[in-house]
Design a protein around this ligand. Structure first.
Ligand code: KG4
Ligand code: ZN
Length: 336
């Protein structure tokens, strides 16, 4: 049993994050440092820069978050660190720091799968007004690095129903935005531009729409955007609006099929940075409504990469009697 709060650590991509949760899942303190400015000049995340930035930032952030929670390392009951999938340099930084704290204070260590953490976030006590969804539910993870439909059937019981055949959806947003000269990461900029355009002005493909299953593909759409931009006939606002409408339609179509593949689903849970997009949210909530289940999206700060979800996944695993040895090696690839 847990004898104190849990420290969660996240460093798998370009956010350095730490959080402290009470053993019952209450959030005591949390912090996220984005590396957006370090990577913006390169138009994407540079792994070596990311690892060095995590190393520089994580120990201090962890100390500040603990101080805000009003406790010290010695008061902790466990440490949970994202140990994959992700960029190996950052994973090593977070996992080694977590293990160091665990050794120094004799604490259990949990090596958390980042995807599992996203999958379980919706179960954080008190997070959602209508209460935590019960198993099974459908997770649609739509971020810059991931794009998948997952049947969440229980703790440690995940079935990937579909995934992207090429780019992740956030990556597609970022690439389309870049083609239109918008800064990285382009998703939010593209959404703003799209609000001034006509989604019907530029016909763009809707890859895999109407096909069976719930895989995704975005590279053809990206190529069509490149062509429309190069032709120069349509305004960037119209192209952005057309792109966003195509993505929303595809995500809705795929989510509809995924819900049909999991008829017992109690909810459609959406996570990842692209869940911030209003057109995407509206399309998905329509699909959920048609299937007779609620669409649940954690608040945005917990949809994107954060350490609260890592600490919570740690708590869920510890409650189930699971923890990991200090010889657990971080895994850049670690499917659910
Ligand atoms: O989950 P996230 O913060 O980080 C990971 O990729 O793990 O997701 C970031 C992605 C980026 O590709 C970003 O452009 C996209 O989410 N994004 C959006 C919006 N806000 C963030 N895409 C479309 N519309 C948005 N409003
Ligand atoms: Zn993530």
């Amino acid at each position: 049993t847990l004898r104190g709060p849990v420290l969660g650590l996240e460093s798998s991509c370009d956010e350095t994050a730490a959080a402290v949760l009470a053993a019952d899942g209450r959030i005591l303190a949390e912090g996220v440092l984005s590396q957006e400015r370090e990577h913006a000049a390169f138009g994407g995340v540079v792994p070596e820069i990311a690892a060095r930035a995590h190393l520089a930032a994580l120990p201090g952030l962890a100390e500040r978050v603990l101080a805000r929670a009003g406790i010290g390392f010695a008061d902790l009951g466990a440490v949970a660190a994202t140990s994959g999938p992700g960029l190996i340099g950052g994973l090593i930084v977070g996992a080694c720091f977590g293990k160091g704290v665990a050794i120094a204070h004799g604490l259990p260590f949990v090596a958390v799968n980042h995807l599992e953490a996203h999958a379980l976030t919706a179960r954080l006590p008190g997070l959602l007004e209508r209460g935590a969804p019960s198993f099974p539910y459908l997770l649609l993870l739509v971020s810059g690095g991931h794009c998948q439909c997952v049947a969440v059937e229980g703790l440690g019981r995940y079935r990937r129903l579909g995934t992207t055949l090429d780019d992740a959806v956030g990556e597609a947003f970022d690439k389309a935005a870049k083609l239109m000269g918008l800064p990285w990461p382009g998703g939010p900029h593209l959404e703003r531009l799209a609000s001034q355009g006509d989604p019907g002005a530029v016909p763009l493909p809707r890859p895999l729409l109407g096909r069976p299953g719930c895989d995704f593909s975005f590279s053809g759409l990206k190529t069509a955007v490149a062509r429309a931009v190069a032709q120069g006939a349509a305004s960037h606002a119209d192209i952005a609006a057309g792109f966003q409408a195509a993505v929303a339609a595809v995500l809705a179509d795929r989510a509809r099929n995924a819900l049909a593949m999991l008829p017992e689903a109690t909810a459609l849970v959406v996570a990842g940075g692209v869940a911030a997009n209003q057109a995407v949210r509206a399309a998905l909530s329509g699909v959920a409504g048609m299937a007779g289940v609620p669409m649940l999206a954690p608040p945005l700060r917990l949809c994107t990469d954060n350490a609260v979800m890592v600490a919570w996944a740690g708590i869920e695993r510890l409650r189930a009697g699971l923890s990991d040895g200090l010889d657990h090696a971080p895994r850049p690839r670690w499917p659910l």
